[in-house]
Design a protein around this ligand. Structure first.
Ligand SMILES: NC(=O)C1=CN([C@@H]2O[C@H](COP(=O)(O)OP(=O)(O)OC[C@H]3O[C@@H](n4cnc5c(N)ncnc54)[C@H](O)[C@@H]3O)[C@@H](O)[C@H]2O)C=CC1
Ligand SMILES: O=C([O-])CC(=O)C(=O)O
Length: 321
């Protein structure tokens, strides 16, 4: 039975994720963690969720805290703190400010919960996963982020709609940055187990329009309703269930790669990884020439920004949490 802590639980994504995760059978306790000053909100949120569990007949325990010592005993910690972007912003614009928050929490996690898995949601998620890895000092397979899992699900939904098939018949994957340089792997896309290139209708599929829709989904939702909530919340819950149930599913998360994708490495980026109770283990893959070139560009951008963020943090003495 597992204790899952959500840091940033008072936020839109953190609070819906708490609701979604409480439905996973082996999750015994969901602990809502927030910064000092948010005690009243956390108490209110925990009461509201407790009512929801009672109404649903769920036996999950709910607790809350602002004290880093209460991070102890968490098998999984979800880090969803930080500013969301405004409609006119790119996720990368958030890098330095959110890195201060993520680095501060990562240090607390390293001090108090060195056995945990740390799952990062804060944006830009690939850079923040790199920051969390560095400042928590946890081993690489135990620090990973939401990466391009949600983008992969968005593409899956577009393909299912186009072919008028159930979403479960579509397998597809987007790798690279959770952002503009993401790379769809059409070569790894199947419908009903059939490689998509072998379906005559594939030649008519509006691939560019679909990718544009995937890339702009987040900004459209933010512009129209303020924030993305249910998509990320349920994507997080899927990954947490995969860990808790030790399902060994291959999902596309932001993980630290070394040599698993050709010769590219030393960066946290969206790649297929086997998700187990022990963490995320990137699966070695070979890409087509075009995919490889695009993935290389995507990783170079994220590596460069991650290093700039490290330099900035190192030049500052005090982290913000
Ligand atoms: N990776 C992904 O696919 C997704 C990532 N996100 C990211 O998750 C993060 C949270 O998004 P929302 O919940 O919509 O935002 P929100 O504004 O509703 O919540 C922000 C949370 O961060 C905390 N926070 C803000 N500033 C802080 C500081 N200086 N120190 C400590 N805690 C602080 C707040 O207390 C709150 O709990 C954002 O960075 C957003 O971009 C959101 C959706 C999907
Ligand atoms: O778009 C955003 O800023 C939030 C996010 O990452 C997403 O929903 O994909």
């Amino acid at each position: 039975m597992v204790k899952v802590t959500i840091i940033g639980a008072t936020g839109q994504v953190g609070s819906y994720a708490a609701h979604a995760i409480s439905q996973i059978p082996h999750v015994k306790e969901v602990s809502l963690f927030g910064r000092d000053g948010n005690q009243l909100y956390l108490e209110g949120l925990s009461r509201d969720l407790r009512d929801s569990f009672a109404a649903r007949g769920t036996n999950t325990r709910i607790s809350w805290s602002c004290d880093e010592k209460d991070l102890r005993g968490s098998e999984i910690i979800i880090l969803a703190s930080g500013a969301p972007r405004k409609p006119d912003q790119n996720r990368l614009d958030l890098a330095v400010d959110n890195a201060r928050i993520v680095a501060g929490y990562a240090e607390k996690i390293g001090r108090n919960a060195s056995e945990t898995l740390l799952f990062v949601v804060s944006n830009p998620v690939d850079v923040m996963t790199g920051v969390a890895l560095r400042y928590s000092n946890l081993p690489p397979h135990r620090v990973f982020g939401l990466g391009t899992h949600l983008d992969s699900m968005r593409l899956k939904s577009c393909i299912a709609e186009f072919f008028n098939v159930h979403v479960s018949e579509v397998h597809t994957r987007i790798i690279g940055e959770h952002g503009d340089s993401m790379v769809p792997l059409w070569s790894a896309t199947t419908i009903g187990g059939i490689q998509i290139n072998n379906l005559p209708a594939f030649s008519h599929i509006p691939k560019d329009e679909m990718m544009e829709r995937v890339k702009t989904s987040g900004s459209l939702i933010i512009r129209n309703k303020g924030s993305t909530v249910y998509g990320p919340g349920d994507a997080i819950a899927t990954i947490i269930r995969t860990i808790v149930e030790d399902e060994h599913r291959i999902l596309t998360v932001s993980a630290f790669i070394q040599k698993e994708v050709h010769d590219i490495g030393s960066v946290c980026i969206g790649v297929p990884a086997r998700i187990t109770r022990g963490g995320a283990f990137p699966v070695p893959i070979k890409l087509s020439d075009d995919e490889l070139e695009a993935f290389r560009l995507s990783t170079e951008q994220i590596r460069e920004i991650t290093h700039l963020v490290f330099e900035q943090l190192e030049s500052e003495e005090i982290l913000s949490v």
